[in-house]
Design a protein around this ligand. Structure first.
Ligand SMILES: Cc1cc2nc3c(=O)[nH]c(=O)nc-3n(C[C@H](O)[C@H](O)[C@H](O)COP(=O)(O)O)c2cc1C
Length: 133
């Protein structure tokens, strides 16, 4: 399992993670659930019309955090847009319920991948484990 797969597996188990972006000097955070490994990279999905997408366009620096069964992960890095149709389709195939709202060709569906990213797995009572994505 590479680092992206390890983080993705944890996010899948946790089901929900929290994505932080910056809007100027104001942090913004919201719940997210999508996570996919494609070509060894960790992708998330959103809609280009959302404020989160506009924030990442202005400033790709982002963090996500998830907590599950006494362990948490924090992923810090950049979230970069990938406009390839095949990645959007793979994401929607993984989350078929999203197909009610999104389509790879709708001009709104967006997938972004973590670049220059570090993930730290932490828990009380054990030393943190850092992996590079
Ligand atoms: C459990 C849960 C999972 C969610 N997963 C996603 C997701 O993967 N992608 C997404 O764009 N929105 C997702 N949402 C909705 C966003 O949290 C919501 O649209 C939020 O307002 C987006 O942030 P923004 O208003 O700053 O753009 C999820 C909401 C919940 C409650």
């Amino acid at each position: 399992m590479n680092a992206a797969e390890k983080v993705c597996a944890f996010l899948e188990e946790a089901q929900v993670y929290y994505l932080a972006t910056a809007e100027g000097d104001q942090p913004r955070v919201r719940p997210f659930g999508t996570a996919l490994v494609y070509e060894g990279k960790l992708y998330i999905q959103t809609g280009k019309v959302k404020p989160v997408s506009k924030q990442l366009f202005e400033n790709p620096k982002a963090e996500i955090c998830a907590f599950h069964k006494g362990q948490w992960v924090r992923v810090s890095g950049k979230l970069l847009n990938d406009d390839r149709r095949e990645v959007k389709a793979a994401m929607l195939d993984k989350y078929p319920s999203l197909k009610r709202m999104y389509d790879p060709d709708d001009g709104n569906t967006q997938v972004l991948y973590f670049a220059d990213a570090t993930a730290v797995f932490s828990s009380f009572g054990a030393p943190p484990e850092t992996v590079t994505l």
